[in-house]
Design a protein around this ligand. Structure first.
Ligand code: CA
Ligand code: CA
Length: 237
């Protein structure tokens, strides 16, 4: 026998049926499978007596509602002999309850795929967003990139001189948080001859969305152009 319940329902109700005309007592016991006691449901170990006139009895098991995305999980409910506490024989003395997760951890991406900053801005503020759900704590990793494979025919900005490298930085989104701002430092480069009037570029990429169930949006790469200080067409918000 099989029951399913959504995690947010708070409880699952299973029905005991009595086939004999007299009073019958059984122990009802929950047994862990992939679903665990306390974490996923409140365990039960209880002697239940159905009186001679009763044909059925509903038994409730409390289900724990959390905000983390997780796979669907199972536990079992068994009926035991009231004296020996051994499981009663028969297929109908055990059932499986599947707890269906309904949490949506979301999708991480950049708000904008292209940005322009001026050399003198000193900091580039890059915005990440979490869409399609905000349940639970999630994270991703960001890295700066200035390889030609990523930038195409743009001129590569120089690590350390034009921008400060970000390597494997973990970015956390707490439960219900949908936005995150990254600061990329642009060192002052005025001493570098001939660099100030060129546009140079680098990118930031997102990877390693966690935990399972978190996805990356198509906007997982952000290109940043660093333009000369007197380029009036460029301005950062
Ligand atoms: Ca939930
Ligand atoms: Ca959950």
């Amino acid at each position: 026998m099989q029951y399913s319940v959504v995690e947010s329902a708070g409880k699952v109700t299973v029905t005991l049926e009595k086939k004999l005309p007299e009073d019958v007592s059984v122990f009802v016991r929950t047994v862990e499978d992939t679903a665990k006691e306390i974490e996923d449901y409140q365990p039960k170990f209880e002697l239940i007596t159905l009186k001679a006139h009763e044909q059925k009895r509903d038994v409730e098991i409390e289900i724990v509602d959390d905000c983390q995305y997780e796979p669907d999980k199972d536990f079992k409910i068994e009926l035991l002999d009231e004296n020996t506490k051994e499981r009663l024989t028969g297929d109908d003395t055990v059932c499986t309850v599947t707890i269906l997760d309904e949490d949506r951890p979301g999708i991480i991406g950049f708000k904008e795929r292209f940005m322009t900053v001026r050399r003198k801005d000193e900091v580039a503020y890059v915005h990440l967003e979490r869409t399609d759900g905000a349940d639970g704590d999630i994270s991703c990793v960001i890295n700066t990139v200035n390889k030609h494979e990523a930038l195409g025919d743009k001129e590569a900005a120089v690590e350390g001189a034009d921008f400060e490298v970000i390597k494997e930085r973990k970015i956390d989104f707490k439960h219900n948080v949908t936005e995150n701002r990254i600061e990329v430092i642009l060192p002052d480069c005025e001493t570098r001859e001939g660099e100030e009037d060129k546009i140079v570029s680098f990118a930031i990429c997102i990877s390693e969305p966690k935990p399972d169930g978190v996805r990356l949006s198509k906007k997982n790469l952000c290109f940043i152009d660093i333009v000369p200080n007197d380029d009036r067409s460029a301005a950062q918000e």
